[in-house]
Ligand binder design. Sequence first.
Ligand code: UDX
Length: 455
Amino acid sequence: MEKKKSTHILVFPFPIQGHINPMLQFSKRLASKNLKVTFITSSSSSVTENSSTCIDTETIYDGFNKGEKSTDPAEFIARYESSVPKSLAELIEKYSSSEYPVKCIVYDSILPWVLDVARKFGAFGASFFTQNVAVCALYYLAFDGSLKVPVEKDKMSFLLPSLPELEFNDLPPFVNGPGAYRAIYDMVFSQFSNIDDVDWLFWNTFYELEDEIVNWMARKWPTKPIGPTIPSMFLDKQLEDDKDYGLSLFKPNSDACMNWLNAKEPNSVVYISFGSLAALNEDQMTELACGLKSSKKGFLWVVRESEDKKLPDNFIEETKDMGLVVKWSPQLDVLAHKSVGCFITHCGWNSTLEALSLGVPMVAMPQWTDQPTNAKFIADVWKVGVRVKVDDEKGIVVKEEIERCIGEVMEGETGNRIRKNSEKWKKLACEAVDEGGSSDKNIEEFVSKLVCNSN
Ligand code: UDX
């Protein structure tokens, strides 16, 4: 026991919510296996307090002071990448002369240069992919030139190893080039720059969910699914000191959400959230608002502060008897609540995995990056939801389609089928992280190799 605790690992995510959450929950899992874990946050982010006593946190300088913002992702990434290698090295150096030298850094896969910093100090490096294996495989196939998107792309379908037949609209847009997001695109493809040299590769997914593509990927690299990284209290078995999600960049309106949900009938509420980054245009917000109104269902809608001006005039007032709009929710508590019967989601990978692991049927309304591929899997592979169709003329999802999809997921034969599948996946997700489950075994293997000082 004592020996294990002295094995110290750092966990280092890129500072956005969708990357902090899974890596933080993974940290708690590792700590529950008796490792000393230090979770690193970045100076620019204002995170809520760390309520967990099983992991430590450290903040390093990332080129920005607290509260200082850059609205330009390219500028943020450039400053971040020119400051962090030095700050990270200083932190590891500090521990080198302590009783807790760093044995391994688990780092965000989009920051591959962290491996060089680890190596300088003789530490192991483990790359953590916050997206699923299927999406990563698509990026890899684009990276190595096997997946080329032809000009006649709209008419094409893509037959790729161990993946379902995909249409152009199911692919992550970055496989077709950087578009307006060169800096983010470069980060995404940098994941493969030194992948052959990394000591461990972890994915926030579970084997049973993506078995074929995991097997395919594992022929190239040791592919270790360790998810779903959901706090244990939501997965039937609570680990010690795992009582909330922790470290949020946003403050949830928890009491308002939970009190409101408590007063609703089981499976009657539509929950809507587009994660921490996606921004809908004003017309799309209006169609969504109208679709919710005409569905006649109760709804809980997360509209972030940066988005709320896009709501139609008087919408909140007009719908106050049927819905609640909040700036941020305690999403896991919401999804686990018995009143929630449907989740309209942008299909960010965390939201997708959370809903799937908690058995909540989805209406998939993908926006960008990995989301179209996640939507394809939600609707056609795991069959735990339906995907909205974009109106050809307007280029957005119209209110009738929103209403139709809500009805399909919450009522009738399709709804029953989806609910049954959702229950099946919920069970499999719990089993994967339970003792002896596929993800738990991968975590155990990592811990024991690390403790024995070999890999
Ligand atoms: C981003 C990308 O969009 C996503 O596709 C990628 O896989 C990860 O990074 P984001 O868009 O924020 O993440 O979506 P998502 O991955 O779903 O993560 C959002 C997280 O915030 C989830 O863990 C969710 O539970 C949490 N959340 C969201 C809240 O706690 N409250 C909210 O109101 C909304």
